[in-house]
Write a protein that binds this ligand. Structure first.
Ligand SMILES: NC(=O)c1ccc[n+]([C@@H]2O[C@H](COP(=O)([O-])OP(=O)(O)OC[C@H]3O[C@@H](n4cnc5c(N)ncnc54)[C@H](O)[C@@H]3O)[C@@H](O)[C@H]2O)c1
Ligand SMILES: [Zn+2]
Ligand SMILES: [Zn+2]
Length: 398
């Protein structure tokens, strides 16, 4: 089969690789019909190269048709249309029982690298599809076929009608956005600022607007602000004001927003110092956006991080956050936790605007160019969906 394979820093290729096989009784094989590129994939593409290996298959946002199931998978059968949550979870350990699927203790990577990479000596959370040698090194879904371990839990059947884009974002974007908003805990009719209007920020903002919050969205990219404005968000261009955090405080009576979501993460733009410390490997994460979020939240408010951070942070203003009585909530999304609330919103009337979201639907074969375009935010790119069933010439793949 063809798959998007990591070859090195900013070097992904579409290679011919062996088809995946059922290995355990709770496995299934899915023929992928749509698979998206995520902001998290951009970290693997670029900054997180030390925990990648040549030959890794990328991708954790995939859906398709079940082709084969092991004997332990009984809730779906070949021919069913399914989405695949990005966490791999057993469904029965103590954490899964608490709906903390991203912390599943049976699928955790127990390898030396995973165990050593936690500064507290606590290892890593649940394995994830296509997500480094810290999270299980599980082959990902940017491919024609995907082996789904723990498929008795990790396959969510969806209706056969409607375009893939109606359901695809249940794999990651929608649950991540919903978790960010629920963790933000905006009081009724309150204010929320969202830093970063990539896919996650877009959907978080839409969910919060739907909940009745006044939402400010901050992003330097004009097309992304325009998309957010179409969905009721008041946007701020950081290039247009002296300080976007001060602008949020100004718009909220001087106090700051009730809650702030960081949907930017470790590759934030805007600070030369941030780039220098990252390049010199003094610090893996660029924290400019995170610090802006801290400056924009009101005292007693909540800071909800969905943007990914990977390592220790210098000069973290812990005492100031303590003084300001800030609640800090974060983590990988517990995808299955939010599906029951989200699936009923994936309907023809499309309340979350999932059909005003994908800017590029492209053949899997052009993945290298698609990664580059998404990273550079060229051509108005907000979300790329790859289709393994068509070739670069627009013909049906064999
Ligand atoms: N917690 C989870 O489970 C989870 C799941 C998916 C994605 N993520 C993370 O969420 C983050 C966003 O993902 P995405 O898919 O939306 O990616 P993305 O890279 O497309 O979005 C990031 C956005 O932040 C903007 N930005 C950069 N610097 C900024 C700054 N200083 N101020 C304001 N905006 C700034 C960019 O212009 C871009 O629009 C990534 O870190 C990703 O890894 C987390
Ligand atoms: Zn993702
Ligand atoms: Zn579990």
């Amino acid at each position: 089969m063809r798959a998007v394979v990591w070859h090195g820093r900013e070097d992904v290729r579409v290679d011919e690789v062996p088809d995946p096989q059922i290995q355990r009784e709770t496995d299934a094989i899915v023929r992928i019909t749509s698979t998206a590129i995520c902001g998290s994939d951009l970290h693997l593409y670029s900054k997180l190269w030390p925990v990648m290996r040549r030959g890794d298959i990328l991708g954790h946002e995939a859906m398709g048709i079940v082709v084969e199931t092991g004997p332990g998978v009984t809730h779906v059968r070949p021919g069913d249309r399914v989405v695949v949550p990005f966490n791999i979870a057993c469904g029965s350990c103590a954490f899964c029982g608490d709906a903390l699927f991203s912390q599943c203790e049976r699928t955790r990577d127990e390898g030396l690298l995973a165990r050593k990479s936690n500064l507290l000596g606590r290892g890593k959370g649940a394995s994830l599809f296509g997500y480094t040698h810290l999270y299980g090194a599980v082959p990902g879904g940017q491919a024609e076929l995907l082996r789904v371990p723990e498929a008795h839990v990790g396959l969510v059947p969806v209706p056969h009608d409607g375009p893939d884009e109606r359901y695809l974002f249940l794999t990651d974007v929608l649950p991540t956005a919903m978790q960010a908003v629920r963790y933000a805990d905006v009081p009724e009719g309150g204010t929320l600022a969202v830093w970063g209007l990539g896919p996650i920020g877009q959907m978080a903002a839409r969910i919060a607007v739907r909940d009745g919050a006044t939402v400010f969205g901050v992003d330097p990219v004009a097309e992304r602000r325009a998309m957010a404005e179409r969905h009721g968000v008041q946007t701020i261009d950081p290039g247009d004001v002296d300080d976007a955090a001060a602008e949020v405080r100004f718009r909220t009576g001087g106090r700051g927003a009730d809650a702030v979501i960081d949907a930017v993460g470790m590759e934030a733009d805007g600070s030369v110092v941030g780039k220098v410390v990252q390049t010199l490997k003094i610090q893996l994460d660029r924290t400019y956006a995170l610090r802006q979020c801290m400056k924009a939240v009101r005292r007693g408010g909540t800071l909800s991080l969905s943007g990914v951070y990977a390592g220790p942070v210098q000069m973290f203003p812990l005492g100031d956050l303590f003084d300001m009585q800030i609640q800090l909530r974060m983590g990988q999304a517990n995808v299955l936790r939010w599906i029951p609330e989200l699936l009923p919103l994936c309907t023809e009337d499309d309340p979350l605007g999932t059909l005003d979201f994908t800017t590029h639907r492209l053949p899997l074969d052009v993945a290298p160019a698609a990664y580059e375009m998404f990273q550079r935010k060229d051509d108005g790119c907000v979300k790329v969906v790859l289709d393994p069933r068509i070739t670069a010439n627009g013909e049906a793949a064999s």
